[in-house]
Design a protein around this ligand. Sequence first.
Ligand SMILES: Cc1cc2nc3c(=O)[nH]c(=O)nc-3n(C[C@H](O)[C@H](O)[C@H](O)COP(=O)(O)OP(=O)(O)OC[C@H]3O[C@@H](n4cnc5c(N)ncnc54)[C@H](O)[C@@H]3O)c2cc1C
Length: 393
Amino acid sequence: MPWDPLSGEQREIRDLVRTLARERIAPRAAEIDASHEFPWDVVEVYREHGLFGLFHDERFGGTGTGALLALVAIEEVSKVCATSGLILAVQELGSLGLKLAATAEQQERWLPQLASGEVLCAYALTEAGSGSDSAAMRTTAHLDGDHYVLDGSKRFITNAGVAGLYTVFAKTDPGAGHAGISAFLVEADTPGFEVARLESKLGISGSTTGELVFDGCRVPAGNLLGEEREGFRIAMQILDRSRPGVAAQALGIAQGATDYALEYARTRETMGKPIAEHELIAAKLADMETKTEAARGLLYRFGRMVDEGAPEGELTKASAMAKLFCGDVAMEVTTEAVQILGGYGYIKEYPVERFMRDAKITQIYEGTQEIQRLVIAREMLKETRAFLLAGVG
Ligand SMILES: Cc1cc2nc3c(=O)[nH]c(=O)nc-3n(C[C@H](O)[C@H](O)[C@H](O)COP(=O)(O)OP(=O)(O)OC[C@H]3O[C@@H](n4cnc5c(N)ncnc54)[C@H](O)[C@@H]3O)c2cc1C
């Protein structure tokens, strides 16, 4: 039997997700890509089977089955449909502010709805002029009586228009760079909040990506997440936990592409034998499988670190490494899968061109690959200093 890091109960859930992915989501994947429509039917499948609960503790209606299994679930779904994998990953991204920084009252109010999937959520940090450099954001919030008033806009927000709850970052102290950022929970029906437009994209076409506009948007003061000016720390802490969700999406895409290319190479014949038996194709397949397995090692290690209670400070580097490596592997492997299918790889009737288009975003969102490298190097430098200070160097 192949090595499996999951417990018996976790394996049962993984197998359920795998079956749902194969039977309910895979047949829809090409259509979701072509229609550019958000797949509410997939959300229903998740709701029916309690899959949004994988990201939550039992006290909020979740399964309490841990971080590793949640990542495995995103991976399993992304093997067949990256848009559907992203719906799970963003439900985690949009919930993390509540999990990490909310009051007990805020958690009790919103987490059960997010764990059941009754309400979808989103995370709104990026603006037109501030992506990698979130300290440059221009959205502001000021206290007016018992409400904060938000003004500004957010760009490229996943789940725009389908989410009921947004974690929004805005400056309560506009002159103070990242130290002036605060975090807010904004419900979709708040007056002054609007989804202004949705983007047309290269991949993950069924996922909505939109612009949010806040025009005198009055948010109850009780929706402040953490304290004023803690927003940047909260935003980064969320990303430490959520980037592995993108890594899991990338890993699933890579495995899906490898599996498809393998099957194709077994049956497609040139020069009298299956292309899998031509050494150059065999070598590609071997590299694809090896890189994907190496990526899985980094990702699962992160899941186990969380489940075994590793300190928050140790998660930053592990998370960035998993996202960086899985994203790059997904891009390389899907490009090779297209190559293995030859002309057919370029044609929409076959799924590998979709895998390749979907893979690209995993190198961009939740911090580009360049930013991951900066994060990893910064953490390395911190470690070096600690090592030298300990007098060992
Ligand atoms: C489909 C999609 C969904 C998204 N979903 C969300 C979401 O749900 N919530 C959200 O808040 N955001 C979301 N984003 C935004 C995404 O996280 C940003 O696009 C990303 O962080 C990059 O920011 P930018 O586009 O402004 O690029 P820039 O920051 O302008 O970067 C441009 C290029 O310069 C490089 N670069 C920038 N700074 C440095 C540096 N210091 N050193 C080296 N290289 C650097 C970048 O790596 C990149 O290659 C989404 C984006 C897309 C396309």
